[in-house]
Design a protein around this ligand. Structure first.
Ligand code: XIL
Length: 367
Protein backbone atom coordinates (compact mmCIF):
# COMPACT_ATOMS: atom_id res chain seq x y z
CA UNK A 1 0.00 0.00 0.00
CA UNK A 2 1.32 3.50 -0.85
CA UNK A 3 2.12 5.67 2.18
CA UNK A 4 -0.59 8.18 1.30
CA UNK A 5 -3.19 5.43 1.05
CA UNK A 6 -1.98 3.94 4.30
CA UNK A 7 -2.31 7.27 6.09
CA UNK A 8 -5.79 7.75 4.70
CA UNK A 9 -6.76 4.26 5.78
CA UNK A 10 -5.42 4.84 9.26
CA UNK A 11 -7.14 8.19 9.45
CA UNK A 12 -10.45 6.70 8.41
CA UNK A 13 -10.08 3.88 10.90
CA UNK A 14 -9.36 6.33 13.69
CA UNK A 15 -12.25 8.65 12.91
CA UNK A 16 -14.65 5.74 12.62
CA UNK A 17 -13.53 4.19 15.86
CA UNK A 18 -14.03 7.38 17.86
CA UNK A 19 -17.27 8.74 16.49
CA UNK A 20 -18.18 9.97 19.94
CA UNK A 21 -15.39 12.44 20.41
CA UNK A 22 -17.27 15.14 18.56
CA UNK A 23 -20.62 14.48 20.23
CA UNK A 24 -18.99 14.49 23.65
CA UNK A 25 -17.85 18.03 23.07
CA UNK A 26 -21.40 18.94 22.11
CA UNK A 27 -22.47 18.38 25.71
CA UNK A 28 -23.84 21.56 27.25
CA UNK A 29 -21.14 21.81 29.91
CA UNK A 30 -18.49 22.33 27.28
CA UNK A 31 -20.33 25.02 25.41
CA UNK A 32 -21.23 24.75 21.77
CA UNK A 33 -24.77 23.61 21.12
CA UNK A 34 -26.75 26.07 23.17
CA UNK A 35 -29.89 25.36 21.23
CA UNK A 36 -30.39 21.73 22.24
CA UNK A 37 -33.01 20.17 24.49
CA UNK A 38 -30.48 19.19 27.14
CA UNK A 39 -29.03 22.67 27.26
CA UNK A 40 -32.50 24.19 27.60
CA UNK A 41 -33.45 21.86 30.48
CA UNK A 42 -33.34 23.05 34.06
CA UNK A 43 -30.50 21.73 36.23
CA UNK A 44 -31.15 18.20 37.48
CA UNK A 45 -33.92 17.56 34.97
CA UNK A 46 -33.14 14.78 32.49
CA UNK A 47 -34.46 14.89 28.97
CA UNK A 48 -34.05 11.52 27.29
CA UNK A 49 -34.59 9.38 24.23
CA UNK A 50 -34.86 5.69 23.49
CA UNK A 51 -31.82 4.33 21.62
CA UNK A 52 -33.05 2.77 18.37
CA UNK A 53 -32.09 -0.86 17.80
CA UNK A 54 -33.45 -4.39 18.04
CA UNK A 55 -37.20 -5.09 18.12
CA UNK A 56 -39.10 -3.79 15.10
CA UNK A 57 -35.93 -2.26 13.66
CA UNK A 58 -34.72 -5.71 12.71
CA UNK A 59 -37.55 -6.10 10.19
CA UNK A 60 -36.96 -2.71 8.58
CA UNK A 61 -34.90 -1.99 5.46
CA UNK A 62 -32.08 -0.18 7.25
CA UNK A 63 -29.09 -1.27 9.32
CA UNK A 64 -29.01 -0.94 13.11
CA UNK A 65 -29.48 2.81 13.70
CA UNK A 66 -27.39 3.14 16.85
CA UNK A 67 -24.28 1.55 15.40
CA UNK A 68 -24.66 2.52 11.73
CA UNK A 69 -26.24 5.96 11.44
CA UNK A 70 -23.65 8.56 12.41
CA UNK A 71 -25.88 11.63 12.10
CA UNK A 72 -28.39 9.79 14.30
CA UNK A 73 -25.74 9.17 16.96
CA UNK A 74 -24.65 12.77 16.75
CA UNK A 75 -28.14 14.04 17.49
CA UNK A 76 -28.65 11.42 20.21
CA UNK A 77 -25.48 12.58 21.97
CA UNK A 78 -26.04 16.28 21.49
CA UNK A 79 -29.72 16.64 22.35
CA UNK A 80 -30.30 14.32 25.30
CA UNK A 81 -29.05 13.89 28.84
CA UNK A 82 -30.65 10.47 29.35
CA UNK A 83 -30.88 7.36 27.16
CA UNK A 84 -33.01 4.22 27.36
CA UNK A 85 -32.19 1.10 25.34
CA UNK A 86 -35.32 0.63 23.23
CA UNK A 87 -34.85 -3.16 23.10
CA UNK A 88 -31.22 -3.95 23.84
CA UNK A 89 -31.63 -4.77 27.55
CA UNK A 90 -34.80 -6.81 27.11
CA UNK A 91 -34.54 -10.51 27.90
CA UNK A 92 -34.62 -11.72 24.30
CA UNK A 93 -31.57 -9.57 23.47
CA UNK A 94 -29.47 -9.68 26.57
CA UNK A 95 -30.18 -13.30 27.57
CA UNK A 96 -30.86 -15.18 24.32
CA UNK A 97 -30.02 -18.63 25.68
CA UNK A 98 -30.24 -20.01 29.16
CA UNK A 99 -26.50 -20.12 29.65
CA UNK A 100 -25.53 -17.22 27.44
CA UNK A 101 -25.79 -13.48 27.80
CA UNK A 102 -25.28 -11.01 25.00
CA UNK A 103 -24.10 -7.74 26.50
CA UNK A 104 -22.64 -6.20 23.34
CA UNK A 105 -25.30 -3.64 22.51
CA UNK A 106 -26.17 -2.82 26.10
CA UNK A 107 -22.48 -2.26 26.91
CA UNK A 108 -22.14 0.00 23.87
CA UNK A 109 -25.11 2.10 24.95
CA UNK A 110 -23.84 2.48 28.51
CA UNK A 111 -20.41 3.45 27.14
CA UNK A 112 -21.97 5.97 24.75
CA UNK A 113 -23.92 7.46 27.64
CA UNK A 114 -20.78 7.91 29.69
CA UNK A 115 -18.90 9.53 26.83
CA UNK A 116 -21.80 11.91 26.28
CA UNK A 117 -22.44 12.59 29.98
CA UNK A 118 -25.84 10.97 29.89
CA UNK A 119 -27.64 8.93 32.51
CA UNK A 120 -29.25 5.62 31.54
CA UNK A 121 -32.71 4.19 32.22
CA UNK A 122 -32.53 0.40 32.29
CA UNK A 123 -35.45 -1.33 30.57
CA UNK A 124 -36.61 -3.93 31.67
CA UNK A 125 -36.34 -6.96 34.05
CA UNK A 126 -39.78 -8.49 34.60
CA UNK A 127 -42.17 -8.25 31.66
CA UNK A 128 -44.62 -10.45 29.75
CA UNK A 129 -43.26 -9.51 26.33
CA UNK A 130 -40.04 -9.95 24.32
CA UNK A 131 -38.89 -12.89 26.38
CA UNK A 132 -36.71 -15.55 24.73
CA UNK A 133 -38.33 -18.78 23.66
CA UNK A 134 -36.15 -20.87 25.96
CA UNK A 135 -37.78 -19.06 28.86
CA UNK A 136 -41.39 -18.92 27.68
CA UNK A 137 -41.44 -22.48 26.36
CA UNK A 138 -39.07 -24.13 28.81
CA UNK A 139 -40.43 -26.55 31.35
CA UNK A 140 -39.00 -25.40 34.63
CA UNK A 141 -39.97 -26.13 38.20
CA UNK A 142 -40.99 -23.15 40.30
CA UNK A 143 -37.67 -23.22 42.09
CA UNK A 144 -35.77 -23.26 38.81
CA UNK A 145 -37.78 -20.36 37.39
CA UNK A 146 -37.24 -18.30 40.50
CA UNK A 147 -33.52 -19.01 40.37
CA UNK A 148 -33.46 -18.01 36.70
CA UNK A 149 -35.00 -14.62 37.45
CA UNK A 150 -32.76 -14.02 40.44
CA UNK A 151 -29.65 -14.90 38.50
CA UNK A 152 -30.71 -12.71 35.55
CA UNK A 153 -31.37 -9.69 37.75
CA UNK A 154 -28.14 -10.12 39.68
CA UNK A 155 -26.14 -10.51 36.49
CA UNK A 156 -27.66 -7.69 34.46
CA UNK A 157 -28.20 -5.14 37.23
CA UNK A 158 -24.86 -6.06 38.78
CA UNK A 159 -22.99 -5.58 35.50
CA UNK A 160 -24.16 -1.98 35.17
CA UNK A 161 -24.19 -1.14 38.88
CA UNK A 162 -23.53 2.54 39.44
CA UNK A 163 -24.19 3.37 35.81
CA UNK A 164 -27.99 3.10 35.64
CA UNK A 165 -29.99 5.95 37.13
CA UNK A 166 -33.41 4.30 37.00
CA UNK A 167 -34.40 0.71 36.30
CA UNK A 168 -37.84 -0.29 35.02
CA UNK A 169 -37.83 -3.38 37.20
CA UNK A 170 -41.42 -4.38 36.46
CA UNK A 171 -43.04 -3.39 33.19
CA UNK A 172 -46.76 -3.55 32.36
CA UNK A 173 -47.79 -6.01 35.08
CA UNK A 174 -51.46 -4.93 35.14
CA UNK A 175 -54.17 -5.07 32.48
CA UNK A 176 -56.19 -1.95 31.70
CA UNK A 177 -58.88 -3.09 34.13
CA UNK A 178 -56.34 -3.20 36.95
CA UNK A 179 -55.95 -6.98 37.18
CA UNK A 180 -52.51 -8.51 37.54
CA UNK A 181 -51.42 -10.24 34.35
CA UNK A 182 -51.73 -13.76 35.67
CA UNK A 183 -51.95 -15.43 32.27
CA UNK A 184 -49.50 -13.79 29.87
CA UNK A 185 -46.81 -12.82 32.38
CA UNK A 186 -44.77 -15.98 32.85
CA UNK A 187 -43.36 -14.87 36.22
CA UNK A 188 -46.66 -13.96 37.83
CA UNK A 189 -48.44 -16.94 36.31
CA UNK A 190 -45.91 -19.49 37.48
CA UNK A 191 -44.66 -17.94 40.69
CA UNK A 192 -47.51 -15.77 41.96
CA UNK A 193 -47.53 -12.01 42.70
CA UNK A 194 -44.87 -12.33 45.43
CA UNK A 195 -42.24 -12.56 42.72
CA UNK A 196 -42.68 -8.83 42.04
CA UNK A 197 -41.37 -7.88 45.49
CA UNK A 198 -38.51 -10.35 45.08
CA UNK A 199 -37.51 -8.76 41.77
CA UNK A 200 -37.22 -5.35 43.44
CA UNK A 201 -35.25 -6.80 46.36
CA UNK A 202 -32.80 -8.59 44.06
CA UNK A 203 -32.33 -5.49 41.92
CA UNK A 204 -31.68 -3.37 44.98
CA UNK A 205 -29.09 -5.83 46.27
CA UNK A 206 -27.33 -5.81 42.91
CA UNK A 207 -27.26 -2.00 42.63
CA UNK A 208 -28.26 -0.10 45.77
CA UNK A 209 -27.85 3.23 43.95
CA UNK A 210 -30.30 2.62 41.12
CA UNK A 211 -33.83 3.92 41.55
CA UNK A 212 -36.28 1.10 40.97
CA UNK A 213 -39.50 1.72 39.05
CA UNK A 214 -42.82 0.28 37.98
CA UNK A 215 -43.56 1.38 34.40
CA UNK A 216 -46.71 1.08 32.28
CA UNK A 217 -48.90 2.52 29.50
CA UNK A 218 -52.44 3.85 29.93
CA UNK A 219 -51.61 5.02 33.43
CA UNK A 220 -51.34 8.71 32.58
CA UNK A 221 -54.76 9.28 34.14
CA UNK A 222 -56.34 8.28 37.40
CA UNK A 223 -58.06 5.06 36.34
CA UNK A 224 -58.45 1.40 37.31
CA UNK A 225 -54.94 0.56 36.18
CA UNK A 226 -53.14 3.42 37.91
CA UNK A 227 -55.29 2.80 41.01
CA UNK A 228 -53.99 -0.79 41.02
CA UNK A 229 -50.40 0.50 40.96
CA UNK A 230 -51.16 2.98 43.72
CA UNK A 231 -52.52 0.25 46.00
CA UNK A 232 -49.75 -2.23 45.19
CA UNK A 233 -46.90 0.24 45.67
CA UNK A 234 -48.39 1.49 48.92
CA UNK A 235 -48.47 -2.08 50.25
CA UNK A 236 -44.97 -2.90 49.02
CA UNK A 237 -43.46 0.19 50.59
CA UNK A 238 -45.25 -0.47 53.87
CA UNK A 239 -43.62 -3.90 53.78
CA UNK A 240 -40.20 -2.34 53.23
CA UNK A 241 -39.77 -3.43 49.60
CA UNK A 242 -37.31 -1.12 47.77
CA UNK A 243 -39.67 0.50 45.26
CA UNK A 244 -38.54 4.03 44.43
CA UNK A 245 -40.55 5.17 41.46
CA UNK A 246 -43.62 5.02 39.30
CA UNK A 247 -43.41 5.97 35.65
CA UNK A 248 -45.94 6.48 32.92
CA UNK A 249 -44.92 5.65 29.38
CA UNK A 250 -46.78 8.46 27.62
CA UNK A 251 -47.64 6.80 24.31
CA UNK A 252 -50.47 9.13 23.30
CA UNK A 253 -52.60 9.43 20.18
CA UNK A 254 -54.33 12.46 18.69
CA UNK A 255 -57.33 10.17 18.20
CA UNK A 256 -57.95 10.43 21.94
CA UNK A 257 -58.19 13.42 24.23
CA UNK A 258 -55.22 14.56 26.29
CA UNK A 259 -55.14 12.99 29.78
CA UNK A 260 -55.77 16.23 31.64
CA UNK A 261 -55.27 14.67 35.07
CA UNK A 262 -51.70 13.52 34.32
CA UNK A 263 -50.21 16.06 36.71
CA UNK A 264 -52.52 15.24 39.60
CA UNK A 265 -51.98 11.54 38.98
CA UNK A 266 -48.19 11.97 39.18
CA UNK A 267 -48.67 14.02 42.33
CA UNK A 268 -50.55 11.29 44.12
CA UNK A 269 -47.66 8.90 43.47
CA UNK A 270 -45.22 11.56 44.64
CA UNK A 271 -47.35 11.63 47.79
CA UNK A 272 -46.33 8.02 48.43
CA UNK A 273 -42.74 9.24 48.62
CA UNK A 274 -41.94 8.09 45.09
CA UNK A 275 -39.97 9.49 42.22
CA UNK A 276 -42.00 9.78 39.04
CA UNK A 277 -41.01 9.90 35.38
CA UNK A 278 -42.43 9.93 31.89
CA UNK A 279 -40.50 7.31 30.01
CA UNK A 280 -41.69 6.59 26.46
CA UNK A 281 -43.34 9.68 25.07
CA UNK A 282 -44.64 9.78 21.53
CA UNK A 283 -47.79 11.25 20.01
CA UNK A 284 -49.12 9.32 17.05
CA UNK A 285 -51.85 10.34 14.64
CA UNK A 286 -53.97 8.81 11.91
CA UNK A 287 -52.34 9.93 8.68
CA UNK A 288 -54.22 11.11 5.62
CA UNK A 289 -53.48 9.48 2.26
CA UNK A 290 -49.89 10.34 1.37
CA UNK A 291 -48.83 10.04 4.96
CA UNK A 292 -48.02 13.69 5.58
CA UNK A 293 -49.42 15.25 8.76
CA UNK A 294 -51.54 18.39 8.38
CA UNK A 295 -50.55 21.70 9.98
CA UNK A 296 -53.40 21.25 12.44
CA UNK A 297 -52.16 17.79 13.41
CA UNK A 298 -48.64 19.10 13.94
CA UNK A 299 -49.96 21.91 16.15
CA UNK A 300 -52.04 19.51 18.21
CA UNK A 301 -49.11 17.12 18.50
CA UNK A 302 -46.88 19.91 19.77
CA UNK A 303 -49.56 20.76 22.30
CA UNK A 304 -49.70 17.16 23.60
CA UNK A 305 -45.90 16.98 23.93
CA UNK A 306 -45.81 20.31 25.70
CA UNK A 307 -48.58 19.38 28.12
CA UNK A 308 -46.93 16.08 29.04
CA UNK A 309 -43.63 17.84 29.69
CA UNK A 310 -45.35 20.59 31.68
CA UNK A 311 -47.14 18.05 33.85
CA UNK A 312 -43.78 16.47 34.68
CA UNK A 313 -42.06 19.81 35.29
CA UNK A 314 -44.89 20.78 37.66
CA UNK A 315 -44.29 17.75 39.88
CA UNK A 316 -41.19 18.15 42.01
CA UNK A 317 -40.36 14.41 41.98
CA UNK A 318 -40.61 14.14 38.16
CA UNK A 319 -37.05 14.71 36.96
CA UNK A 320 -36.88 12.45 33.92
CA UNK A 321 -38.78 12.86 30.65
CA UNK A 322 -37.91 10.45 27.84
CA UNK A 323 -39.22 10.36 24.28
CA UNK A 324 -39.51 6.98 22.57
CA UNK A 325 -37.20 7.89 19.71
CA UNK A 326 -36.81 11.34 18.19
CA UNK A 327 -37.01 10.77 14.45
CA UNK A 328 -39.96 9.35 12.51
CA UNK A 329 -37.94 7.00 10.31
CA UNK A 330 -37.05 4.85 13.33
CA UNK A 331 -40.34 5.04 15.24
CA UNK A 332 -42.11 1.86 16.28
CA UNK A 333 -45.52 3.47 15.66
CA UNK A 334 -46.14 2.75 11.94
CA UNK A 335 -45.09 -0.86 12.54
CA UNK A 336 -47.45 -1.40 15.47
CA UNK A 337 -50.40 0.92 14.75
CA UNK A 338 -51.85 0.58 11.28
CA UNK A 339 -52.39 3.85 9.43
CA UNK A 340 -50.71 5.87 12.17
CA UNK A 341 -47.34 7.54 12.37
CA UNK A 342 -45.44 10.83 12.47
CA UNK A 343 -45.28 10.34 16.24
CA UNK A 344 -41.84 11.80 17.02
CA UNK A 345 -40.42 15.33 17.18
CA UNK A 346 -38.16 15.31 14.11
CA UNK A 347 -38.54 14.77 10.36
CA UNK A 348 -36.41 12.11 8.75
CA UNK A 349 -33.60 14.58 8.00
CA UNK A 350 -33.51 15.56 11.69
CA UNK A 351 -35.12 18.94 11.11
CA UNK A 352 -37.47 19.98 13.87
CA UNK A 353 -41.23 19.62 14.00
CA UNK A 354 -43.33 22.07 16.03
CA UNK A 355 -43.29 19.44 18.82
CA UNK A 356 -39.50 19.77 19.13
CA UNK A 357 -39.72 23.54 19.42
CA UNK A 358 -42.51 23.19 21.98
CA UNK A 359 -40.35 20.93 24.14
CA UNK A 360 -37.33 23.18 23.92
CA UNK A 361 -39.16 26.39 24.71
CA UNK A 362 -41.02 24.73 27.58
CA UNK A 363 -37.73 23.53 29.05
CA UNK A 364 -36.07 26.89 28.53
CA UNK A 365 -38.97 28.58 30.33
CA UNK A 366 -38.08 26.59 33.47
CA UNK A 367 -34.33 27.16 33.61
C1 XIL B 1 -41.27 -1.41 21.65
C2 XIL B 1 -40.08 -1.08 20.76
O1 XIL B 1 -40.12 0.31 20.47
C3 XIL B 1 -40.10 -1.87 19.48
O2 XIL B 1 -38.90 -1.69 18.77
C4 XIL B 1 -40.30 -3.37 19.77
O3 XIL B 1 -40.46 -4.06 18.56
C5 XIL B 1 -41.51 -3.58 20.67
O4 XIL B 1 -41.37 -2.82 21.85
N1 XIL B 1 -43.91 -0.33 25.91
C6 XIL B 1 -42.62 -0.63 26.27
C7 XIL B 1 -41.56 -0.67 25.24
O5 XIL B 1 -42.32 -0.77 27.47
O6 XIL B 1 -40.55 -1.59 25.55
C8 XIL B 1 -42.12 -0.95 23.86
O7 XIL B 1 -41.06 -0.81 22.91
C9 XIL B 1 -43.27 -0.02 23.54
C10 XIL B 1 -44.38 -0.17 24.55
Amino acid sequence: MKPARLIMTLFTAVTLSVPLASTASAAPETGGHHDTLRWAAPRGFHIGSAVAGGGHHETQPYPDPFTSDRPYRQVLGAEFSSVSPENQMKWEYIHPERDRYNFGMADAIVRFAKQNRQVVRGHTLLWHSQNPEWLEKGEFTKDELRAILREHIRTVVGRYAGRIQQWDVANEIFTDSGALRTTDNVWIRELGPGIIADAFRWAHQADPRAKLFFNDYNVESVNAKSDAYYALIKDLRAAGVPVHGFSVQGHLSLDYGFPGDLESNLKRFAGLGLQTAITEVDVRMTLQAGGVPTEAQLRQQADYYQRMLTACLNVSTCCSFTIWGFVDKYSWVPVFFQGQGAATVMWNDFTHKPAYDALRSTLAGRR
